[in-house]
Design a binder for this molecule. Structure first.
Ligand code: IPM
Ligand code: MG
Length: 361
């Protein structure tokens, strides 16, 4: 297969973990006879430095034309002054919106070899396998923002259509899993949440009679996520709740550095990025965990390119790497492996486990 992939390394550890992900993509192409054309574009703080715009027109055009976008991370103290006129994060938010990527998939599956790195007791973690579907282009992130003297405002808005499409996506994904969806809101307080709950109930009842839907308030969900994480299959929620709950959920896996994400719309192009940020505190030291970025490559192969076998190969190679104890200080390794060592270990296991299965065009 032939695919165009736009690569957006971004800021902080973004370029370090992206280099690891690109090495894995190239290895997959070699092993399986694919042609992936990778081109790098600027986003975030790096783009502000280069041309004053966190999402330059050339980057957006390239992403629109690509089959998939692979992104590292954006942001950093250099661009975070409260009075800053442009921010790196605007580049990412505008890109998600412009590509219509309303569904952000964040799978969480703690790996047996790293259970000890989680602050949660191991017996609660065994068998945890959940998928958070975060609404990504609406809510308080995108509502009107204003400042009048002493008062600041961020409007939270959702339309029926916005809720319908993301709930549909969550229910469709649940069909390929255990058929259970938890919709998270704050319907006891927020009007947008009451709309969310109404729409989720109707969509599930009318279109997905085979799916079990339950509702949870976000505050109690924050607790249940830690006290009984095995109880969840697919979790669907609005933009900001999803942002917060997935950072929390990453602690089930043991490190933010492990979790990948896929941002999807109705078209073919998807955006793939680890859920972690640019981690300025460790940037440039070569110790960032590349696994979240590498697993994002697996999601890219599966969701944008339809290459399921290749996606599984990458996931198996990562799993084998963790099984063999090759991980970093973020996961409590006694002798921590750095970014390059972890990447090499994954590439080596790709070589040995995932030889050419079949040749495609
Ligand atoms: C994430 C990040 C972003 C978000 C930031 C960088 C804008 O926290 O992808 O989870 O809030 O969506
Ligand atoms: Mg976040």
């Amino acid at each position: 297969m032939h695919a165009e992939i736009a690569v957006l390394p971004g800021d902080g550890i973004g370029p370090e973990v992206t280099a690891a992900a690109v090495a894995v993509l190239n290895a997959v192409a070699r092993h399986h006879g694919h042609m992936f054309n990778l081109h790098e574009y600027a986003i975030g703080g790096a783009a502000i430095d280069a041309c004053g715009d966190p999402l330059p027109a050339a980057t957006l055009v390239a992403c629109r034309d690509a089959d998939a976008v692979l992104l590292g991370a954006v942001g950093g103290p250099k661009w975070s002054a409260p009075e800053a006129k442009v921010r790196p994060e605007q580049g990412l938010l505008t890109l998600r919106k412009a590509l219509g990527l309303y569904a952000n998939l964040r799978p969480v599956q703690p790996h047996p070899a790293t259970l000890g790195a989680s602050p949660i007791k191991p017996h609660l973690l065994a068998g945890v396998d959940l998928l958070v579907v975060r609404e990504l282009t609406g809510g308080i992130y995108f509502g009107e923002k204003s400042r009048d003297g002493d008062i600041a405002r961020d409007v939270c808005e959702y339309s029926v259509a916005e809720v319908e499409r993301v709930v549909r996506r969550a229910c469709t994904l649940a069909r390929q899993r255990r058929g259970h969806v938890t919709s998270v809101d704050k319907a006891n307080v927020l009007e947008t949440s009451r709309l969310w709950r109404e729409v989720a109930t109707r969509v599930a009842r009318d279109e997905f009679p085979d799916i079990t839907l339950e509702h949870q308030l976000v505050d109690s969900m924050a607790m249940h996520l830690l006290s009984k994480p095995r109880a969840f299959d697919v979790v669907v929620t609005e933009n900001m709740f999803g942002d917060i709950l997935t950072d929390e959920a990453s602690m089930l896996a043991g490190s933010m550095g492990l979790l990948p994400s896929a941002s999807l719309g109705d078209g073919r192009v998807g955006l793939y990025e680890p859920i972690h940020g640019s981690a300025p505190d460790i940037a440039g030291r070569g110790i960032a965990n590349p696994i979240g970025a590498i697993l994002s490559v697996a999601l890219l192969l599966r969701h944008s390119l339809g290459l399921d076998a290749e996606a599984s190969c990458v996931e198996q190679a990562v799993s084998a790497t963790l099984d063999d104890g090759v991980f970093g200080a973020d996961l409590g390794a006694a002798t921590p492996a750095n970014t390059v060592a972890i990447t090499r270990a994954v590439l080596h296991r790709l070589d040995s486990h995932c030889q050419v299965a079949e040749l495609r065009d």
